[in-house]
Design a protein around this ligand. Structure first.
Ligand code: FAD
Ligand code: NAP
Length: 373
């Protein structure tokens, strides 16, 4: 079963944000993962090392003593697919000829590398465990690792409710590893899921360039499309509308298209959305994809049913937002909108592309999308 977590952070008093902003999280590698490295190199977690910089070590804390545990937790990416350079180095430190050959084989052709390493997401650490005879020194291992990257999350709250409180809606990446080596756990989502109340998290706020924000005029109609964790920024939008309404602003109509697997499994923020609907803040259009004996229904199927109403709402000035999976969902939603325009207007494909581009230029059609790959 997949798990999605609602996580709230309190920012320092001087910091705030806008609905639609991203929060960047500086995660930590799990103890379990770090322990694998310690075991492989026969190191103690409390061991302290000091690195004198080489140009390849700019991403590491240099010229000061640091515990190996901290270094491995906070500075390096341990689960990225092994690069060709890493594979070459692994082979060069391997004395056993058959093993050396096996490692070299992985970079013998593009196809082999893509098939056996990239697609399976086999990391340098996996291979070091598979090849205990590889004598790569720990310093070289560190040098070859990329720096630990921040992960971004769409903020799922509004500062109008509480200026320095931020929430995230995090899909926890945890499944059988594509490499066939046990369970794969994503770094940041599992780090966030494992936090306890009162823990401190290193983070920063970033406003996306896309203009993914509420319109200035509260009466502008909104069409929000966000299946799964794509619902995140829209929760913030709806919270903002609730405060605006209490303050006496008139609100334009707002439609949220949300899709999930099953009502009893991942119908995120259901009660809150029910209340928001009752309060006249939003109309929720829901669909489910994994109901027994029923066909899959996706958000674009609902958009298709409502096509002409949506086109006319857009003509009245509505802003359209899409959030979530950028690999499949967002392009399919976009095609659905274009097809609706073409059918409604008797327009050509060129005309519908032009129509969408114009909306995009006016920041009335905006996307906040990401891919899992
Ligand atoms: P990582 O350690 O980064 O691992 C992920 C990688 O592992 C991916 O390349 C994936 O293809 C691969 N992988 C997945 N499953 C397996 C497997 N079984 N075996 C091997 N490899 C596998 N996420 C949210 O949940 N909510 C949000 O609101 C949100 N907003 C975002 C906004 C933006 C602008 C962007 C860019 C991303 C957003 N994301 C969001 C995604 C988020 O940033 C992270 O990418 C996601 O949480 C995974 O990070 P992780 O560190 O847990 O996984
Ligand atoms: P999700 O649960 O994967 O999907 C939400 C809903 O969108 C589901 O009903 C899903 O239906 C549906 N959907 C699937 N393909 C679609 C499409 N082409 N168009 C419209 N709707 C579609 O959403 P999520 O949890 O927010 O995850 C988003 C992305 O992150 C996905 O790419 C997912 O693979 C990745 N992720 C992976 C993990 C992991 O454990 N490996 C964890 C979190 C997120 P279906 O029943 O068809 O799936």
């Amino acid at each position: 079963l997949r798990s999605t977590r609602h996580i709230e952070l309190e920012l320092p008093d001087s910091k705030t944000y806008k609905e639609g902003d991203h929060i960047g999280i500086l995660p930590k590698n799990s103890q379990e993962l770090v322990q694998r490295v310690l075991n492989r190199f026969d190191l103690q977690p409390q061991a302290v090392i000091k690195m004198n910089g080489s140009p390849h070590m700019a991403h590491l804390p240099l010229d000061r003593p640091i515990r190996v545990m901290e270094l491995l937790s906070s500075y390096v990416e341990l689960q990225d697919s092994a690069s060709r350079l890493q594979l070459r180095e692994l082979a060069s430190y391997t004395v056993c000829p058959p093993h050396k050959k096996e490692l070299e084989l992985l970079i013998s052709s593009d196809e082999m590398y893509k098939e056996q390493v990239l697609r399976k997401r086999v990391a340098m650490l996996d291979l070091l465990e598979d090849y205990p005879a590889c004598e790569m020194p720990f310093e070289r291992f560190l040098e070859l690792l990329p720096s630990l990257k921040p992960r971004y999350y769409s903020i799922s709250s509004s500062p109008k409710v509480k200026a320095n409180r931020v929430s995230m809606t995090v899909g926890v990446v945890k499944a059988s590893a594509w490499s066939g080596r046990g369970e794969y756990k994503g770094v940041a989502s599992n780090y966030l899921a494992g936090l306890r109340q009162g823990d401190t998290v290193a983070c920063f706020i970033r406003t996306p360039q896309s203009g993914f924000q509420l319109p200035d005029d509260s009466q502008t109609p909104l069409i929000m499309v966000g299946p799964g964790t794509g619902i995140a920024p829209f929760r913030g939008f709806i919270q903002a509308r609730s405060v605006l309404k209490k303050e006496g602003s008139a609100l334009g109509e707002a439609h949220l298209y949300f899709g999930c697997r099953r009502p009893d499994h991942d119908d995120l923020y259901k009660e809150e959305l029910d209340q928001a609907e009752k309060a006249g803040l939003v109309t929720v259009h829901r669909c489910y994809s994994r109901m027994e004996d029923e066909p899959k229904v996706y958000v674009q199927h609902l958009l298709n049913q409502d096509a002409q109403k949506l086109i006319s709402l857009i003509e009245k000035g509505a802003h359209v937002y899409i959030c979530g999976d950028g690999a499949q969902m967002a392009p399919e939603v976009e095609n659905t909108l274009r097809a609706a325009y073409e059918a409604g207007k008797g327009a050509s494909q060129e005309a519908s592309a032009e129509w969408l581009k114009k909306l995009q230029d006016q920041k009335r059609y905006v996307k906040d999308v990401w891919t899992g790959m």
